[in-house]
Design a protein around this ligand. Structure first.
Ligand SMILES: [Zn+2]
Length: 471
């Protein structure tokens, strides 16, 4: 047996051991690898191409809405980090500290940024729409590729506004952009809304969030946008001169999505054969596998012509390595999740056709050479839609209403996923549910009117809230 064929067979069945399946896919699909630094991962070119796709989409949307990129220092002086009390308390357990420069002990410890509010805010004094693409460090005990690593990639947006309304509108605008990324590009449906107080970003007055559901029934936070109120402005004394000639504190926001999304992508769509990528984000839309034999030169020439023609419209990989059999290549590209495989052999060349095989579904379609561009385009569109629809059906089927705490426990055991309940917004009732169920409140939906009574105390409900076990 060839090593790659063996590799495919070595992926555990997804529904038998989800965690081992996940790690095997991340490694075997060559997305990322462990590194010599404990807790830190290396992102391999195929995984980084996914990140570049996310960056390209978001960066265009950010620029289109008036944001500009900048770059700020990696290190944050301890005195600055400490200025916003809740903020420092929230991050303290995960901060890595620089204490020496060479042999010289520093007079003040420097934090490797866990996030950059404390270094960016004091450096600008007016309303600005800034973002930076960078990495941050948050010390972790356990490592799970993309999902939990001490360093991860993200962008962080930081904006300052004249009024609370403007800052809130910014948070919602960004949440909408993140939602488009998740649903239209990554084909992952999300619940959107705000976090309950206990789950907010450290130092924020409000945290908007997107929550996705993974096939093991656990929720994952896919993007957040924080309304920071005037907390940071007051801590760092950032004021502006308003039109009434009064000095006022700015209203600020911060927001991010991270390379964790690649972990979501693996989990949301993968199957027993490995990764399945939605066409909108796939580094290659189509892989061309020539089936050599007799007329080798003719087949290779046809494959190269096809690669050239299709490259005008699609992201194409021609796999003409001669040390591997076609069957071996089929397995490898399935494992790596390429949406469509194109096979071309001597008989196809003679018949002026190719064979297209979708990663989702897998049936072989003979397609005349003249209509390959057209058919491939349609297949990719169809794949994108089907992948979203399938994930949406899963989300809907795994969202259960519950009117009692016992019903929450039952739903989490039987159905898994999200449980939708009425809540009076008291911390005591939230704590009761956490203790009884092991689930946490993930999101309070916006614009969903509630009537009826709190699932715990029976007092009038003030909000709907979705509970789930979470990553
Ligand atoms: Zn209650």
């Amino acid at each position: 047996m060839t090593p790659e064929r063996e590799a495919v067979l070595q992926i555990p069945k997804r529904d038998e051991n989800f965690s081992e399946w996940y790690t095997a896919v991340a490694l075997r699909a060559e997305l990322a690898d462990y590194s010599p630094v404990r807790g830190f991962m290396a992102i391999r070119p195929y995984g980084y191409a996914l990140w570049e796709g996310i960056q390209a989409y978001l960066d265009r949307r950010f620029k289109d809405t008036g944001h500009v990129s900048a770059y700020f220092p990696l290190l944050v002086p301890e005195s600055l980090l400490q200025k916003e009390a809740e903020h420092v308390q929230g991050f303290a357990p995960q901060v890595a500290w620089v204490t020496h420069g060479g042999a010289e002990k520093l007079s003040e410890r420097l934090a490797v940024r866990p996030t950059s509010e404390a270094i960016i805010l004091p450096m600008y004094a007016k309303w600005l729409l800034l973002l930076q693409w960078n990495s941050v460090v948050r010390w972790e005990r356990a490592t799970r590729l993309f999902l939990r690593t001490a360093e991860f990639l993200w962008h962080e947006g930081h904006t300052a506004h004249r009024t609370a309304e403007d800052a809130d509108a910014e948070c919602r605008l960004i949440l909408g952009i993140y939602r488009d990324l998740l649903e239209d590009i990554l084909a992952i449906p999300v619940l959107s809304g705000v976090k309950p107080k206990s789950e907010r970003f450290a130092g924020a007055d409000n945290t908007y969030t997107l929550e996705a559901l993974m096939p093991d029934g656990q929720a994952i936070q896919a993007g957040t946008s924080h309304f920071l109120g005037q907390n940071f402005a007051k801590a760092f004394d950032v004021k502006f001169l308003d039109s009434d000639n009064q000095e006022k504190y700015i209203w600020s926001t911060s927001w991010a999505v991270s390379s964790r999304l690649i972990g979501c992508l693996i989990m949301a769509h993968g199957d027993d054969r490995g990764l399945v990528l939605p066409p909108q984000i796939a580094p290659y839309h189509v892989v061309i596998v020539p089936i050599l034999g007799k007329d080798e030169a003719k087949v290779l020439a046809a494959a190269r012509d096809l690669a050239k023609t299709l490259s005008a419209k699609f992201r194409v990989k021609l796999d003409d390595r001669d040390a591997y059999t076609p069957g071996w290549k089929f397995n490898e590209w399935e494992l790596r999740g390429v949406p469509v495989r194109l096979e071309v052999g001597p008989r196809d060349v003679a018949a002026r056709q190719v064979i297209l095989v979708r990663r989702v579904g897998g049936a072989k379609h003979p397609v005349p050479l003249d209509s390959v561009v057209d058919t491939l385009g349609k297949m990719l569109d169809q794949t994108q839609k089907e992948m979203f629809a399938q994930a949406k059906t899963y989300l809907d089927d795994h969202t259960t209403p519950a009117d009692t705490v016992d019903a929450i426990v039952r739903a989490l055991a039987d159905v898994k996923g999200f449980v939708r309940v009425r809540w009076c917004e008291s911390q005591a009732c939230e704590d009761t549910i956490r203790e009884r169920t092991g689930a946490s409140p993930r999101v309070i939906p916006l614009d969903e009117k509630v009537s009826g009574n709190c699932v715990v105390c029976g007092k009038p409900a003030k909000a709907w809230v979705y509970y789930a076990r979470a990553y």
